[in-house]
Every structure is written in structure tokens, then in C-alpha cells.
Design a protein around this ligand. Structure first.
Ligand code: NGO
Length: 532
């Protein structure tokens, strides 16, 4: 009897092995050291025989003639490889491919979606084919993760003991969700243009494709509005704790937007209203119902401020702000906040949101708001960002609304990992790395099925986060968990595999100088020392 069962089990295993012989499962990807670097997990990975591709001084990067987007992606890859293989970074050449090249191209891919790509690595050639340039960029990030982490150091050189080699493989891949976001609150503490670009660089590695900038709150107004200059002069002058504030000129903002676009990231600007507006109220007395400007605010309480929703000038103000920001934002979205308003009646609030929605639409943008906006009559293009624990925007979904998932108890990067985390808040939860990974957006909310979801986003609020070191400590590794949730199929994701692949990021993240949280529950691999 037992022998017969054993034989059946063996047979079943064989069938499974045959079914998977063309590509390997999440588990096997994790078990193969050459592929352990991959986060997010690709849809299909087929390891191939052979030594793989070695980048040498002769390697070139080929892009089709006349395609500027691919040319820029080619330059990105060339900059990344830098002078590791030879005296100059690899040349990016336009025109037909030859052996020894890394070929970037747009073409047919067997997976659906604009961001899909196929990556093949043989000993002669690397080919990254995207359905669009976005797909090519994604494929380049995957190729980057197959290359040795020491390449992440600037100015480092390969040698014969340390070649630059990617394993032979075919990867076919596309994201589960089109919205894979990170939010950075630059209002509570200000982050310089360089800081924001670094954050963009770090999230691009994980194939995130939205950067939501929380540009105004009680403690600071961070974007130049030419028709209301005191917003930044006064309203941008400080931050939580009374430190020096700051703001982006429109040129600097446009620079961030372009930098992000080169990394397949759409910037989503947020001006929070009608609450969270003390910085604006302090800058212009006419925005207050009593006509008096309050003092600047440097504490962290919420819910006390609101624009005067019964004054016409408030809507002129909003129209100017949305118009100026929309004009320098190529992406289709404008986020109006809408959260935590405690000084208005529900009908005043809903009326305000609907009026602002019209303004946003008149400037050619889709409105996004935190989930408090759900009771308003939303346009089919408007988007609800779910954040509050124990609530669901199910009714708005039934009326056709689309949802971005940012449940605070899973995705808020400002929550402490555990009681010992030196910074952060804990009102929603302590969020261990596993808590941030082990959930599925399609199962999280009653009445909100996968078809209503645009994707996921991880907000980093900065009441207690004063600089990039703090930001990185709170974001990494949890943002990698959110990136994988946004990208990889739910049935392929397993915590036990993910934690091993997270541990394998230690070299790369150390080389990038990321101040990541060394969670004791992750088997971090010790980074080797690198001589330049
Ligand atoms: C809330 C609040 C923010 C806080 C954050 C802190 C939302 C959408 N509004 O999230 O103002 O900074 O919590 O965790």
C-alpha cells in the first residue's frame, strides 16, 4: 500500500516537474543563487545552459536609430556599468545589432501590457525587448539585478577574479498592477532635489512607477506658485520641530519630473486641502474665514486647519494652484488630499470636493483623493486612495470608482517596525517586514475586488523622518515588499522565498549606501569588502 502511494507521489512529482520544466517556480528562483537577486519576482524565469554573458571592454549597447527614449535607457545602462569593465563606459550605438552587444528594442512580447518585457541572456548577446520603452526600462532593471552588486559602486573595476557576468536565462515578465507607487511627504520635513532624485533612483530599481509628492501640509508649502508667492516665502520657511524649511522652484520641480520620467516614474503632485492647510492659511489671511492669518505651525497634531470653503477667493486660489502645477506636470493626475477634515460638516466637505474636482478636470487632470472623498459624486476618472484601517470605499467602488491601496497598517512606511524602532509612529500598527509583505490587495477590503484596483502605494510620512538616512531606514526593506506585491502574481509570492531574496539584497543595498533596517528576521548575506 505504502509503496503504491509512494509511487503515485513520485509520478505526481514527475508530472509537476515536467509541467514546470520550461520555467522555474518562485521557490526554485530563490534556490538558484544566480537569480536570488530578483525583486520583484518575474512572471517566468527559464534558466538556460551556458556560462552567461560577460561584459568586457568590447561590449556595446545597441538601440534602434532615432528612438530617443531607448537611447536614454541605453545611456542609463551605460552609466550604471560605468568604467567597471573598461576605461570608458560601454558605448551606446544606434543601428543593427551584432554579437557581444546588449540590444534594447521595442517589439512583440508574449505577456500582455505596456510594461511587459522579455530578457534573454546568452553568451553572445543580451536582448531586452519591451512592448514599449517602459517595458525596456523594466527589463534593464531586471538585467541590472542579474549583474554583480559591486557594480552599484561608482568607479569600481572588475578583474579576472571578479568578472561582470549575467547568467544565461530567458525571462518573460509583466506587472500585475499598473500603479506601483511610493509617496514622499516633503511637507513635514523638506527633502532637497538631490534627496528626491536619490529616492527616485532607489524605487526605480524595484520597478515602482509612481512618485506621489505630498507638497503641502500644515507645516510647509513646498512648491512655488507664481501667482501666490507668499505660499513658499512664508509658508515654506519652516518644518516640523521649527527647522529650516524649503521649497522647489517650478524649474526644480520640472527637473524632478523629468528625472523621474527617465526612470519610468510618473510624478503625482498632491496639494492637501481643505484641511492640512495651515501653511497656506498663515501665508494669506484672505483664505481664512475670519480674515486673520494664524501663526506658522511646527507641531505634529492634525485636523485643526481648513480653507474657508464659503469664500469665492478660496476657489480662485485653488484654480491658480492647480493650473500652475498642472502646467508643469505631464502625468495625468492631480491629488487633492481631502483627508482628516474635522472643522466642516459632511455636506460642506462633499460640496467642496465636488467643486475642486471640477477645477482639476478643467485643467486636464484626473483627481485623486484620500479615501474620505469616497462619499462625493466622483467622476469616472477620479481615484480613491484607501488608507484608513477598518474602512472600505466599497460604496464608491459600486458606483465605479477605482482604488489605490495604501492601507496604513500594511503600507505606511512611517510606522515603526517594532517598539524599539528609534523613529516613526505607531498609531496604525507596528509593521514588521513580514506584515508589509504577507497580504494581498485583492483580499484586503470587503466589496473591493481586484478589478477595482489600480494598484498599491507606500506612503512615507515625515513627521519623525528628518533626512534621507531616516527615510531609508523606514522605507527599506518594506518598500521592496510593496514593490513585489504590486508587480508579482499573488499565487507566486511566498514569504519564505521573499525573505531569502531580501537577504540577498544586502550587497546591492550596501553598495548603494542604503541605510536599510537590518531586521533580525531576514537572513542578510554579509556584504563583501570592495576595493576600488
Ligand atoms: C495620516 C494623515 C497624515 C499623517 C499620517 C501619519 C493620512 C492620509 N493623513 O494619513 O497627515 O502624516 O497619517 O501616519
Amino acid at each position: 500500500m505504502f509503496e503504491r502511494i509512494a509511487a503515485l507521489v513520485l509520478l505526481a512529482n514527475l508530472v509537476v516537474t515536467c509541467a514546470w520544466s520550461d520555467h522555474v517556480t518562485a521557490q526554485s528562483v530563490t534556490s538558484l543563487p544566480a537569480f536570488r537577486q530578483l525583486i520583484p519576482l518575474p512572471a517566468v524565469v527559464e534558466p538556460a545552459a551556458g556560462a552567461g554573458f560577460e561584459i568586457t571592454p568590447a561590449t556595446t549597447i545597441r538601440v534602434p536609430g532615432g528612438d530617443d527614449q531607448l537611447l536614454r535607457i541605453g545611456r542609463f545602462l551605460s552609466d550604471f556599468i560605468g568604467i567597471a569593465a573598461g576605461p570608458e563606459p560601454p558605448r551606446v550605438e544606434q543601428g543593427r545589432s551584432n554579437t557581444g552587444a546588449i540590444v534594447l528594442q521595442v517589439g512583440e512580447v508574449s505577456q500582455a501590457g505596456a510594461e511587459a518585457y522579455e530578457l534573454t541572456v546568452t553568451s553572445e548577446l543580451v536582448t531586452v525587448t519591451g512592448r514599449t520603452a517602459a517595458g525596456v526600462f523594466n527589463g534593464v532593471q531586471t538585467f541590472r539585478q542579474l549583474l554583480p552588486p559591486f557594480l552599484e559602486h561608482d568607479g569600481v573595476r572588475a578583474d579576472k577574479n571578479r568578472p561582470i557576468r549575467a547568467p544565461a536565462v530567458r525571462i518573460v515578465d509583466s506587472p500585475r498592477f499598473g500603479w506601483r507607487g511610493a509617496m514622499l511627504d516633503v511637507a513635514r520635513h523638506f527633502f532637497s532635489v538631490e534627496d528626491v532624485k536619490r529616492y527616485v533612483d532607489l524605487i526605480a530599481l524595484l520597478k515602482l512607477n509612481r512618485l506621489h509628492l505630498h507638497l503641502a501640509d500644515d507645516q510647509g508649502w513646498r512648491i512655488e506658485i507664481k501667482s501666490w508667492p507668499n505660499l513658499t516665502v512664508h509658508g515654506g520657511s519652516t518644518a516640523v520641530g521649527g527647522g529650516r524649511g524649503g521649497y522647489y522652484s517650478q524649474r526644480q520641480y520640472a527637473d524632478i519630473v523629468a528625472y523621474a520620467a527617465d526612470r519610468n516614474i510618473t510624478v503625482v503632485p498632491e496639494i492637501d486641502m481643505p484641511g492640512h492647510t495651515n501653511a497656506a492659511l498663515a501665508s494669506y489671511p484672505e483664505l481664512n474665514c475670519d480674515g486673520k492669518a494664524p501663526p506658522l505651525f511646527t507641531g505634529i497634531e492634525v485636523g485643526f486647519s481648513a480653507l474657508c470653503v464659503t469664500r469665492d477667493i478660496t476657489y480662485n486660489f485653488i484654480d491658480d494652484v492647480v493650473r500652475e502645477i498642472a502646467a508643469i506636470t505631464p502625468g495625468p493626475y492631480f491629488h487633492i488630499g481631502g483627508d482628516e477634515v474635522k472643522t466642516l460638516t459632511p455636506s460642506q466637505y462633499v460640496e467642496f470636493i465636488e467643486r475642486v474636482q471640477t477645477i482639476v478636470q478643467s485643467h486636464g487632470k484626473q483627481m485623486i483623493g484620500w479615501d474620505e472623498i469616497a462619499p462625493a459624486r466622483l467622476l469616472p476618472t477620479s481615484i480613491v486612495q484607501h488608507w484608513r484601517p477598518k474602512t472600505t470605499p466599497a460604496e464608491a467602488v459600486a458606483r465605479g470608482a477605482k482604488v489605490i491601496m495604501s492601507p496604513a497598517e500594511r503600507t505606511y512606511l512611517d510606522m515603526k517596525y517594532d517598539p524599539a524602532t528609534p523613529i516613526g509612529l505607531s498609531w496604525a500598527a507596528f509593521i514588521d517586514v513580514r506584515d508589509s509583505y504577507d497580504w494581498d490587495p485583492a483580499d484586503a477590503l470587503a466589496g473591493v475586488a481586484e478589478s477595482a484596483l489600480l494598484g498599491v502605494e507606500s506612503p512615507l510620512w515625515t513627521e519623525t523622518v528628518a533626512n534621507m538616512r531616516d527615510a531609508e531606514l523606514m522605507a527599506f526593506p518594506r518598500i521592496a515588499a510593496i514593490a513585489e506585491i504590486g508587480w508579482s502574481r499573488g499565487d507566486q509570492r511566498k514569504w519564505d522565498d521573499f525573505r531569502i531574496r531580501l537577504g540577498a539584497q544586502a550587497d546591492r543595498w550596501s553598495a548603494l549606501g542604503i541605510n536599510y533596517f537590518r531586521s533580525p528576521k531576514i537572513p542578510w548575506q554579509a556584504p563583501p569588502t570592495v576595493e576600488k
